[in-house]
Ligand binder design. Structure first.
Ligand SMILES: [Zn+2]
Length: 307
C-alpha cells in the first residue's frame, strides 16, 4: 500500500518540497493515471514547429469530414508574449503529476526488435560474415541493459548483422517536468517532447523499419503523427494520419469525465469561446492576406504559378 507522503522514492524530487505532487511513476503505484480530457483532444502532427504542428479538436473522437481543428498557437498577444490555446495550461494527466518519464514505442522498442530479428540469424547460422560483426560483452560498470542471455552464454556481442548496426543507446529516457513546479501541463509536455521528437524523426522511421512483423507501411518522416496512450499517457505511439484517424474516428467509446474534469471544463468555457473567436479572426486575416497575395500575383500575370 502506498504511503500518502512518500518522499521521492523514484528519485524524482529535486528540491525535496514535501507539498510537491508525486511524479507519474510514483502516482501509478497507488492508482491509474490517465490522459486528461483536454490532452485527448490534441491533434499532434510531427512536422514543423510547435506553433503549427498542434491543433485542438472539439472531441477526442471526430467525424473527419466535419471536424474543426482549432489552432493551438494563437500568435503574439498585445504584450508581445506568445499566446496559446487555453488547453495549454490544462493538466496533461488525470490526476495531476509533477513529472513523467516518456516511452516512445518505436525508439524504446528498437533494440528488442533488432535483436529478435538478427540474433535469430546468428543462432541459426543464417548470416553473411561479410556484413556481420561481433564484439566483446560490456565490461564491469558498463551499460549492460541490452545484453541478451544468448550473448551471455556465447560471450560475444552482436554489433552488426545483415549490414545493419545494432541500435545502441537509442531509447528515450526523457523526463518531462512541470515548468512552474506545480502540475505538468499540456504545454510543459508538448514544448519539451515535440522538439525532442522532431530531432529524432530519422531514428523513429529507422526503428519502424526494424520491426520485422510490422504489417503496415512505414510513414514518411514528415507524415508522422504522435498519439499518447489514454491509459498509459507516458507512452507515445507514432503512425501516419490514416492510422491516427482510426484511433480518433467517431463513433467510439466516450470517456466518462470525473467531477474535477467537468468543473475545470466549465471554468474554461468562456475563455475557450473568446480564444476560439480570436483564432477564427486570425485564420480569417490569414485567408484575406493569402487572397490579396493571389490577386497581386494574378495582376502580374503569375496567377497560375501560385498554384
Ligand atoms: Zn541479420
Amino acid at each position: 500500500m502506498a504511503e500518502a507522503q512518500s518522499t521521492s522514492a523514484g528519485g524524482a524530487g529535486e528540491n525535496g518540497n514535501p507539498a510537491q505532487l508525486p511524479s507519474y511513476e510514483e502516482q501509478r503505484r497507488s492508482a491509474p493515471v490517465l490522459l486528461s480530457e483536454e490532452a485527448q483532444r490534441i491533434r499532434w502532427r510531427l512536422n514543423g514547429p510547435l506553433t503549427t504542428a498542434i491543433t485542438v479538436m472539439e472531441h477526442p473522437r471526430i467525424d473527419p469530414g466535419n471536424a474543426v481543428f482549432e489552432p493551438y498557437y494563437h500568435g503574439l498577444g498585445g504584450n508581445g508574449v506568445e499566446s496559446w490555446h487555453p488547453f495549454s495550461q490544462s493538466p496533461y494527466t488525470t490526476p495531476k503529476v509533477s513529472s513523467v518519464t516518456i516511452w516512445v514505442d518505436p525508439l524504446d522498442e528498437w533494440i528488442s526488435h533488432w535483436l529478435q530479428q538478427h540474433q535469430f540469424h546468428v543462432r541459426e547460422g543464417d548470416y553473411n560474415p561479410a556484413t556481420t560483426r561481433f564484439g566483446p560483452l560490456p565490461g564491469p560498470g558498463e551499460e549492460r541493459d541490452d545484453v541478451t542471455s544468448y550473448e551471455e552464454e556465447t560471450g560475444r556481442r552482436l554489433e552488426a548483422c545483415c549490414g545493419s548496426e545494432r541500435p545502441v543507446n537509442k531509447g528515450t529516457k526523457v523526463v518531462v517536468r512541470a515548468a512552474t513546479g506545480g502540475f505538468l501541463t499540456i504545454h510543459d509536455f508538448l514544448s519539451t517532447v515535440h522538439p525532442y521528437l522532431m530531432n529524432r524523426r530519422a531514428d523513429i522511421v529507422a526503428a519502424m523499419h526494424a520491426e520485422q512483423y510490422r504489417g503496415i507501411p512505414v510513414p514518411a518522416e514528415d507524415g508522422l503523427f504522435v498519439d499518447p496512450m489514454y491509459s498509459n499517457p507516458h507512452s507515445l505511439t507514432l503512425m501516419d494520419e490514416a492510422e491516427w484517424l482510426k484511433n480518433h474516428r467517431k463513433p467510439g467509446l466516450r470517456v466518462a469525465q470525473d467531477a474535477a474534469t467537468q468543473a475545470r471544463l466549465r471554468h474554461l468555457a468562456p475563455k475557450m469561446r473568446a480564444s476560439s473567436e480570436q483564432a477564427i479572426a486570425i485564420l480569417q486575416a490569414r485567408q484575406r492576406a493569402a487572397e490579396a497575395a493571389t490577386r497581386t500575383l494574378s495582376s502580374l500575370g503569375l496567377g497560375d504559378v501560385a498554384n
